[in-house]
Ligand binder design. Structure first.
Ligand code: ATP
Ligand code: MG
Length: 606
């Protein structure tokens, strides 16, 4: 009977680290301790009633028989000689059981939903506050799976499995104690199947767990294929990769099927084995028990015999459900550990300790900045970069692809910390400035504009969440976006589709520019899209940009000649190093200069 428990201890020891990590869940439970305790109190009552029930029912069944009952001492409040009394007692017991079971479910449900709400909210809060490096180390698929399936697993366990596991365990232990009181001899007979089940449970359980884990890993893989296909649906179609992906998916899900088939077979075998041994033992016990009620001086009364059998069946049922519940709890421990691991990774506030909230007027200075990405430490991305941007200056960064231009934009926003050197805003080192304060004064129009599924209004409002409609329209006008927005029947309330696929590239850019205009930042960073726009939209976008750049510091990663020419200062970047620096005229005068060549190339193209 204790077999699965032994296995439990062993397995928990094996994953001590996981158990420790999942202990953090306690901090989410703590605010609701009272409710939780009440739930367990109700559980204890319903479980106890569950245990008493077979005793009384047994006495009722055997009450035609006048023999003395060993259990009468235990339940002396009820006169079991009287059939009606026992029956009434049973009805009352069921009535109490019904009320308490109802309450128990309500309380556990309420408790779980509160805890889950907190866990969800906290995970999401921490997730979106993680630094960029975190998102490089975890795929979107992995993170969504943590946020969805791991949390549901936990939900199920808190709401149901944990309580049921406890109930079954109490029934097994308490039941065995009652059995021993009724007849230790019969109990020993009944317990004689334990060693077989113990070994089976441990060996089988381990193997089944491994199989289930394999299937889980494969499932995660197949989920990420679905997600990536959906995210890159344009590419999938453009490259007619449907067939390829379909095949890739087929292989993965077939694998899942086979793994689950295998695991199912073993689980089935496991259950059959246990059922067989348990039913075998029940028949054996009934047989032996009946023998004991016979004869001149029977060893047990027939009431006790019935109680014994009913208890045995109940214990057997509980044992049968223990492995499944146990494996669920284990899964939950794994899921919780995974989730907590993610939650525990530091958020930006815990990495960037800057507290200063200085005036950000747009003056920026890079001093001998060295940088490499954490996940690729051997590749130096920026090597000894120094430059100074004055307030309200326009500053252009040009250079070949991969030179490190977008990286500089990222560093200015403190998406990453420099490895060597420093970045100053006015007098203050970036490391001393509150990261959110800093970002509030910077607007960033990224290389690839990604809009959120929702309306145009919602997307522009992202720049200033409390903006009025008039402000939205004004920003849209300045961004040269109003014409196309007002041409849509639904205007600002036009939905843009997932990631903005219902808009053209130039339109998306202008919405991003409107967003930046609305934010009205001291510093504007513009990572121009490399994709060439037609000259009409280019002019629209360029005008919008000119509007946007007015009266603030702008850093433009430029691909367009027109943007570069007018910049107050141009830096030519090559393989993470500054090659040339100056105005358009300065740079054009450098013999055989990199800038000169870049410009010539562009003129050739257009
Ligand atoms: N998250 C990242 N992890 C590791 N390496 C990265 C990461 N992002 C960029 N890199 C590398 O850093 C280098 C500079 O990249 P960056 O995006 O700054 O180039 P870029 O000048 O903006 O190029 P483009 O003109 O193509 O946009 C490249 O070699 C790139 O492979
Ligand atoms: Mg770039």
């Amino acid at each position: 009977m204790l077999a699965p428990k032994k296995g439990t201890r062993e397995k928990i020891k094996l994953s001590k680290d996981q158990v420790n990590k999942s202990k953090k869940l306690l901090s989410y439970i703590k605010p609701y301790t009272l409710e939780f305790a009440f739930g367990w109190f109700l559980l204890l009552i319903t479980t106890s009633i569950g245990l008493i029930f077979p005793l009384i029912l047994g006495q009722l069944l055997g009450s035609g028989n006048a023999q003395a009952s060993n259990m009468q001492d235990a339940i002396h409040l009820i006169n079991t000689d009287n059939i009606s009394t026992a029956a009434v007692a049973l009805f009352i017991l069921f009535g109490i059981q019904a009320v308490f079971s109802f309450l128990k479910i309500i309380v556990f449900n309420d408790f779980t939903e509160r805890v889950m709400r907190d866990v969800r909210q906290d995970s999401f809060n921490r997730l979106i506050n993680k630094p960029f490096s975190f998102f490089h180390n975890h795929t979107t698929g992995e993170l969504t799976s943590r946020m969805t399936s791991d949390i549901s697993q936990l939900n199920e366990t808190l709401r149901f499995t944990l309580g049921e596991f406890f109930r079954s365990t109490v029934i097994v232990i308490g039941g065995v104690c009652f059995l021993a009181v009724i007849s230790w001899k019969l109990s020993l007979i009944m317990l004689s199947t334990v060693p077989i089940m113990a070994i089976a449970a441990v060996v089988f359980g381990k193997y089944i767990k491994k199989l289930a884990k394999d299937a889980q890993t494969e499932t995660a893989k197949s989920n990420s294929v679905v997600e990536e296909a959906l995210m890159g649906i344009t590419n999938v179609k453009a490259f007619t990769n449907e067939q390829f992906l379909s095949e890739k998916y087929r292989v993965l899900i077939e694998n899942i099927r086979l793994l689950n088939l295998k695991s199912g077979r073993w689980r089935g075998l496991f259950v059959s084995f246990i059922v067989l041994s348990i039913f075998g033992s029940i028949v054996f016990v009934i047989w032996q028990g009946l023998l004991m009620t016979q004869g001149e001086r029977p060893e047990i009364s027939s009431g006790d015999f019935y109680s014994f059998i009913l208890l045995t069946i109940m214990i057997a049922g509980s044992i049968g459900s223990l492995p499944e519940m146990y494996s669920n709890i284990q899964k939950s421990i794994g899921s919780t550990a995974h989730l907590m691991e993610i939650i525990d990774e530091p958020v930006e506030k815990e990495i960037y300790h800057g507290k200063l909230q200085p005036v950000i007027n747009g003056a920026i200075q890079f001093k001998n900045v060295h940088f490499h990405y954490e996940n690729r430490p051997e590749v130096t991305v920026l090597n000894n970069i120094s430059f100074e941007v004055r307030q309200n200056q326009s500053f252009a960064l040009v250079g070949s692809s991969g030179a490190g231009k977008s990286t500089i934009a990222a560093l200015i926003q403190h998406f990453y910390s420099v490895n060597k050197g420093s970045i100053l805003f006015g007098e203050n080192n970036i490391n001393n400035i509150d990261v959110n304060h800093l970002r509030r004064h910077i607007a960033y129009v990224p290389q690839e504009v990604l809009l959120f599924a929702g309306t145009i209004a919602e997307n522009i409002r992202f720049g200033k969440t409390n903006a009025s409609e008039a402000e939205l329209i004004e920003a849209a006008k300045k961004a040269n976006a109003w014409d196309f927005i007002s041409s849509f029947p639904e205007g600002l309330n036009t939905t843009v589709g997932d990631r903005g696929i219902q808009l053209s590239g130039g339109q998306k850019q202008r919405i991003a520019i409107a967003r930046a205009i609305l934010k009205n930042p001291a510093i504007l960073i513009l990572d121009e899209a490399t994709s060439a726009l037609d000259s009409e939209s280019e002019k629209l976008v360029q005008n919008a940009l000119n509007n946007l750049m007015e009266g603030r510091t702008s850093i433009v990663i430029a691909h367009r000649l027109s943007t570069v020419k007018n910049a107050d200062q141009i830096i030519v970047l090559d393989k993470g190093e500054i090659k040339e620096q100056g105005t358009h005229e300065d740079l054009m005068n450098i013999e055989n200069g990199t800038y000169q060549k870049l410009i010539q190339l562009q003129e050739l193209r257009s």
